[in-house]
Design a binder for this molecule. Structure first.
Ligand code: SF4
Length: 115
């Protein structure tokens, strides 16, 4: 039996999952879907920042456009260290398409003008 807290909504249901992936404790079906995915193929949307050249801020917030496999998060964070886009940047700009062949793009989440 595994115990999980659902992170799909703020209610945060405490769920139990047995060896056959039967889920209890979830208030709605989204919790069961989350629990099964988390135990078979966990993924995360990654949010972070990268260095920025010539902007009014030294770093630029970014996120993946879709969840990526959890076991690739460390590699993604390492890859972000090699990026240094130039200002200006705009919300939705794609910095890297299909980053690490995950199928997700790395996108900018804040407008930052040039200095
Ligand atoms: S099971 Fe449903 S109600 Fe409970 S935290 Fe998950 S999404 Fe929210």
């Amino acid at each position: 039996m595994r115990e999980l807290v659902c992170i799909v909504c703020p209610r945060g249901c405490h769920m139990q999952v047995d060896e056959d992936l039967n889920v209890t404790g979830n208030f709605c079906p989204r919790g069961a879907a989350y629990a099964k995915a988390e135990l078979t193929h966990p993924t995360r949307v990654v949010t972070s920042t990268v260095r920025l050249t010539g902007g009014t801020y030294p770093r630029c917030p970014v996120k993946t456009s879709a969840p990526i496999p959890k076991d690739q998060v460390a590699a993604l964070m390492s890859a972000l260290n090699d990026l240094e886009p130039a200002a200006p940047v705009h919300v939705g700009d794609v910095l890297v398409r299909n980053i690490l062949s995950t199928g997700a793009d790395l996108v900018v989440t804040r407008d930052i003008p040039q200095k």
